[in-house]
Design a protein around this ligand. Structure first.
Ligand code: PLP
Ligand code: ZN
Length: 555
């Protein structure tokens, strides 16, 4: 079996009623009670036997823990070397604070510079496994960036909904990857609603964030790696891997700590560690619904309607089910919810850069500001083993790289009476005249490339057929505005498809662009002449040239 050809069995288990069902596709809710929180379960006995030998052979990246990830078939994996980040010893900071064991999980070193690359790699792989080619995601920045990079690679068109407060550097990076950028002039919570309405209206797959299993399961790999790295830094313990005393993270939706907690539960089941860590969830004081709700002893989070922080990346006003989960964990096992001001955060950012050479984005610095605060309060002891998630870095994309129309704006009135209408009304701005393109091509990689080129422009509805006969049927059914036709296909080849098309009065006028790797003989050239609108040799045209040809014909 090749490295990437893994297959394993997975179950979904309902947290509310315990109902268990084999995982064959992502489910929105429990089939028995309707509960929305479904956990992935695996064959832990098999993993316990397999891992010691298997892990020795595998590279240090997040997919080394594949048996505990919800991808059914490894060939669907969409990967760019995510995970496997260093666990850095913060020596200078430790010296200053009198803490010999502060370790920084350096998630800046992911492909798009944040820990959301773990989530994107798994979520996009799962989308690919279930044949999703177009999806919607709402984000405060980093998820949109990361999903856009991975969906480019996977040939999935991504509609990203961002609150207009997200820094434009982040928005531009999303646009650079060819995703649709929709700036919603509203809070993140309203933005999520606009995205959900849009997805429902268009019948598109929507990323369910913490309610989906991909996000939570991906975050486990952070903890698996940390537990595997710690013995090398602090020495061996009673178990092969080790648990830190504290896991500290800047928290918005709460996927990180929820996933990390599940990871340690699984490592306990496997006998790789012998205790659970304490979780410290740090929020920006101007948007700290978890901290306030915990301090009030609430079971469910009270939303913050009007976030007042510059750190938009973690400004989730309504954290939903993650809060209830994390509050229970902290209540039962120890841990902390803490809020830090923007000023404290910016100071922590400076300190980390100056002392230990680690420059990070403000959202990541929130965790360090939290560490300083919890140490000074005495909630964290100075001799404890502390792991801080350095969750991200911002790479600004130069303004001049993109034209003016890299984003669309949806204006949502803040007047509550017109919000509902406003949401639906403003979505109309995104419904546009689409042109329909049929791709008839047997090579999956070539199909993906053509699809990807079209996806980076908003205006196309794309249909695919992978052989001549299916292509012919597709064209007759959909009557597309333009056809992209390969010549060399098994069974009915492109020449035959073309003859059949031209003999059919209903579709004979649909423009055909032939895209082929084939060197044509003069007889073949003659056969095509007068029948096609354009001939393009694979490997000799750019995305812009192809789009121009399509536009000319499908105007
Ligand atoms: C850099 C960074 N840190 C922390 C967070 C919070 O992550 P979560 O609460 O989903 O675990 C985010 C979320 O987008 C982020 O981008
Ligand atoms: Zn249930």
């Amino acid at each position: 079996m090749k490295q990437d050809e893994f297959k394993h069995q997975i179950w979904l288990e309902c947290a509310a009623c315990g109902y268990r069902t084999p995982f064959v596709r992502p489910l929105k809710a429990c089939e028995q009670c309707g509960g929305e929180w479904l956990d992935a379960r695996y064959d832990y006995d098999a993993v316990r036997k397999q891992w010691p030998a298997a892990l020795r052979e595998r590279p240090f990246d997040m997919w080394r823990y594949r048996e505990l990830l919800p991808l059914l078939d490894g060939t669907h994996r969409v990967t760019m070397g995510e995970g496997g980040t260093p666990l850095l010893h913060a020596t200078n900071l430790g010296l200053m604070l009198g803490c010999p064991h502060i370790y920084v999980k350096d998630e800046r070193q992911g492909p798009t510079g944040s820990f959301k690359d773990r989530q994107a790699s798994l979520a996009i792989s799962v989308m690919k496994e279930h044949d999703v080619t177009e999806a919607v995601v709402a984000s405060t920045g980093n998820v949109a960036i990361s999903y856009s990079a991975y969906s480019a690679l996977a040939g999935i068109k991504m509609w990203t909904f961002l609150t207009s407060l997200v820094p434009s550097e982040k928005m531009r990076e999303v646009a650079l990857y060819g995703s649709e950028v929709i700036k919603v002039t509203a809070s993140y919570d309203q933005t999520k609603k606009v995205a959900a309405d849009f997805a429902a209206r268009k019948g598109l797959f929507i990323d369910r964030g913490i309610r989906g299993i991909s996000a939570r399961e991906s975050m486990k790999t952070l903890a698996f790696e940390t537990a595997e790295q710690l013995p090398g830094l602090i020495g061996p313990g009673n178990t092969p891997w080790r648990t830190p005393d504290w896991y500290i993270q800047a928290v918005s939706g709460g996927m990180g700590p929820v996933g990390v907690w599940k990871a340690y539960e699984e490592l306990m089941t496997l006998g790789l560690v012998d205790r659970m860590p304490k979780l410290a969830c740090i929020q920006a004081a101007g948007c700290a619904p978890m901290v306030h709700s915990f301090n009030k002893g609430l079971e469910e989070a009270e939303p913050v309607l009007n976030p007042q922080t510059l750190i938009i990346t973690i400004a989730t006003g309504s954290p939903g089910p993650a809060y209830s989960f994390l509050a229970r964990v902290v209540r039962e096992h120890g841990g902390a919810f803490e809020a830090v001001s923007d000023e404290e955060t910016f100071r922590a950012m400076h300190v980390m850069a100056k002392l230990d050479g680690i420059s990070m984005e403000p959202a990541a610095a929130v965790a360090f500001a939290g560490l300083f605060k919890l140490l000074s309060k005495g909630a964290i002891r100075r001799d404890e083993i502390i792991v801080v998630n350095c969750s991200g870095h911002t790479f600004p994309v130069e303004k001049h790289l993109l034209g003016d129309e890299w984003a669309r704006t949806v204006d949502v009135s803040t007047d509550t009476l017109v919000v509902e209408e406003g949401l639906l009304g403003s979505l109309g701005q995104l419904d546009e005249q689409v042109r329909t393109v049929a791709i008839i091509e047997d090579d999956p990689q070539a199909t993906l490339l053509l699809r990807r080129i079209l996806q980076t422009r908003g205006e196309y509805r794309i249909f695919e057929a992978h052989d001549g006969a299916a292509g012919l049927e597709l064209v007759r059914r959909e009557r597309p505005d333009v056809i992209l036709l390969d010549l060399m296909m098994p069974g009915m080849d492109g020449f035959e498809v073309l003859e059949a098309l031209k003999a059919d009065d209903k579709v004979k006028d649909v423009p055909v662009i032939v895209i082929t790797a084939k060197e044509l003989t003069s007889a073949e050239r003659a056969r095509l002449s007068g029948q096609i609108d354009m001939f393009m040799q694979k490997g000799s045209f750019t995305d812009e040239e192809l789009l121009e040809e399509i536009l000319k014909r499908a105007a």
